[in-house]
Design a binder for this molecule. Structure first.
Ligand code: ATP
Ligand code: MG
Length: 392
């Protein structure tokens, strides 16, 4: 069967020393899995590049968008393979450009040549010049623009063959999913936590989620919004399991027994405790939150110290030093922003104090908490969990 070729480049995986074969193997599996809707897809590594072959006629945009969503992929280019003869390279390069002209409004191009095989008798600048000349002859609508070409046509002469490909489509980089343990994201319906989950997954961490609601103070629709967000994330990381917990019984106890200005912080300490228990039960080695230093009262340095104090598991806060505008840009880029800004209530906003403490002192917070049966409340919450599995 005739196949279409794509060249996939890895970013950091290439920097791995002894472990490189392992990372390459996982990345190969991830790319194959991403393209499993195409029968008979082949993928293999050759001298640091991944060559992916899908059945001829597969939608190019779809293949590319599936590949660039795989963490660890730095870039992807549609390509053709040519025999290592200048006439063949020129002919195939012209055909390749003709196909592009048929589909896109392009007027200019430039050829960039690379000669990894130094035994090939023609040097790179001369390869570029000759191929450029042959393309110009066959594609009359095109002219050469070395500064701002509409398409950069690359010719890469390697040991086994020559490859012709066009400009690269960038991926997210990072490391293949599953190469860095598993973490539990505390997932709200806001802008930040989906971005935090994405960033950790991009570094190879598998993700499980926990979401707290205060039903019936928070609506069913609010939870569906969170599920929609996780669905977007699942598009990058595959099926995600989400633990769903009603925090209302705990919130009611806090409101009844503790100072109003400490409510949010006390709720957050419970969230962390419950999350840690769920993480332990599900082999997650870290908690992940979307907290960002100073963004709100519960995220001042003092508040974060008091929140952290209740758990012994490491808490990852990948957004901690980012500005909100940059987090918002990232949310747009990964496709969660428009869902996040839908106005649904979150359990944190249900019993929001008018003037939350911004510089909490641990002894005072612990004293307030001593009025509650913390352990029993946490156990009851963990036992009441529901699990939803969200598919891409
Ligand atoms: P986000 O945009 O992620 O909601 P935020 O700026 O609104 O963040 P907070 O509401 O203080 O900040 O929440 C801080 C972090 O606590 C969130 O990023 C998330 O990790 C966690 N969190 C908040 N609410 C919930 C919830 N209902 N369920 C699970 N985790 C939550
Ligand atoms: Mg929030």
């Amino acid at each position: 069967m005739k196949k279409d070729l794509y060249i996939v480049r890895c970013g950091e995986v290439a920097l791995k020393g002894m472990n490189r074969p392992y990372f390459e193997r996982v990345l190969l599996e991830r790319v194959k899995k991403a393209l499993e809707c195409y029968d008979d897809t082949e993928a293999n590594w050759k001298d640091g590049l991944m060559f992916v072959r899908v059945p001829h006629g597969a939608d190019e945009d779809d293949v590319i968008s599936k590949c660039v969503r795989v963490f660890g992929v730095a870039s992807v280019s549609p390509a053709v393979q040519a025999p290592k003869e200048m006439n063949d390279i020129g002919r195939l390069a012209s055909e390749f450009m003709k196909e592009i002209i048929d589909e896109e409004q392009i007027k200019s191009f430039k050829v960039k040549a690379k000669r990894a095989d130094k035994t090939f008798p023609i040097e790179s600048p001369e390869i570029a010049r000759q191929v450029g000349g042959m393309v110009l002859k066959k594609c009359k609508v095109l002219s050469v623009d070395v500064h701002r070409p509409d398409v950069e046509l690359c010719v890469d002469v390697r040991r086994e063959a020559a490859y012709i490909y066009r400009d690269k489509v960038k991926g997210f980089g990072g490391l293949p999913l599953g190469t860095n343990g598993k973490g539990l994201i505390l997932m709200s319906g806001g802008i930040d936590s989906p971005v935090a989950a994405f960033m950790m997954a991009k570094r190879g961490m598998s993700i499980e989620a926990v979401h707290f609601h205060s039903y019936p103070y928070t609506s069913q629709r609010a939870q569906e919004k969170v599920e929609e967000l996780v669905k977007v994330l699942a598009g990058y990381m595959g099926r995600v399991r989400m633990h769903v917990i009603n925090l209302l019984p705990i919130q009611e106890q806090i409101v009844k027994n503790c100072p109003e200005d400490e409510t949010t912080l006390l709720v957050r300490r419970f969230m962390m405790r419950i999350a840690e228990k769920i993480a332990e039960k599900n082999e997650c080695m870290m908690l992940i939150t979307g907290e960002d230093l100073g963004q709100v009262a519960s995220q001042t340095a003092e508040a974060l110290v008091v929140t952290d104090n209740v758990v012994s598991m490491p808490v990852m806060r990948p957004l901690i030093a980012m500005d909100k505008v940059d987090i918002m840009d990232k949310a747009r880029e990964i496709g969660t922003y428009d869902i996040s800004i839908q106005p649904y209530e979150d359990c944190c906003t249900v019993f929001l104090p008018k003037h939350p403490v911004t510089k909490p002192k641990l002894p005072r917070i612990e004293k307030s908490e001593s009025k509650l049966d913390v352990e029993a409340l946490v156990t009851a919450a963990v036992d009441s969990e529901e699990i939803v599995t969200i598919q891409p």
